[in-house]
Design a protein around this ligand. Structure first.
Ligand code: ATP
Length: 218
């Protein structure tokens, strides 16, 4: 098969992005490079199923995400969870991407190690692997062992290389240690803003200007 006929390679990176920070954006760029992806859809959750409702509404979080991505090649704000009613289940998001991209596309659900630890508690977790590969990005501030239910869920799925993963459209699990690992979290950024401390260089300038001008997270 020549390169022009190769199936598309697309990743979804979902999150609350409350607010987006350089840990998200740098990971998305390096994920795209590591997996040779055509694009990374960054998908803000409207109502995250597994955590308290964010204090900043979905439209504002999506606006900050768009400001943060700006003209970065290959990264896109995908607002399909905001447009959809009800809780933001990743299975529904992946199913709609799969529908658009076709059965042969290499579809990846990327998530950080902290989110991965809770994967077995998600809605229809086994279905996630029918729809996509799962790629886990290491975070320097998260190293806990896997819960038993997660061990069962991932049994027989782990592969050791990108090439092996990309031989099939879905169903594999890969751990990636991206070149730039950053101990930056939205929780710590919100706490800094609450205390009136600087968040400069933790998130893009345009995002900093946006949230300071509106006194978000104060
Ligand atoms: P919070 O601190 O509010 O939980 P967060 O910084 O973890 O937020 P989310 O919006 O919950 O951000 O994260 C979206 C996705 O990005 C998750 O899969 C998360 O693991 C991943 N992620 C967040 N921060 C980083 C980082 N610094 N490096 C790598 N992945 C990250």
């Amino acid at each position: 098969m020549c390169a022009a006929e190769a199936p598309p390679r697309v990743a979804m990176l979902g999150g609350t992005f409350d607010p987006v920070h350089v840990g998200h954006l740098r990971s998305a760029i390096e994920l795209r490079e590591a997996l040779a992806l055509d694009r990374v859809h960054m998908v803000p959750a409207r109502v995250p199923p597994h955590r308290a409702t964010p204090g900043v509404d979905a439209e504002q979080r999506a606006t900050m995400l768009a400001l943060g991505i700006a003209d970065t090649p290959g990264l896109y704000v995908d607002d399909r969870e905001i447009r959809r009613e009800g809780p933001s289940y990743s299975t529904a998001t992946l199913a709609s991407l799969r529908e658009e991209l076709g059965t042969q596309a290499r579809l990846v659900m990327a998530l950080g190690y902290d989110a991965y630890l809770h994967l077995a508690e998600w809605h229809e977790p086994a279905r996630l692997f029918e729809l996509a590969h799962v790629v886990v990005v290491d975070r320097p501030d998260h190293q806990q062992p896997l819960p038993a239910a997660l061990e069962t869920l991932i049994e027989g799925r782990e592969v050791a290389s990108v090439d092996t993963l990309m031989q099939s459209p879905a169903g594999g699990l890969l751990h990636l240690s991206l070149p730039t690992r950053m101990a930056i979290s939205a929780t710590a950024i919100r706490a800094r803003l609450q205390r009136g401390e600087s968040v400069r260089y933790l998130l893009p300038d345009a995002v900093e200007r946006y949230l300071l001008a509106r006194r978000l997270y104060r």
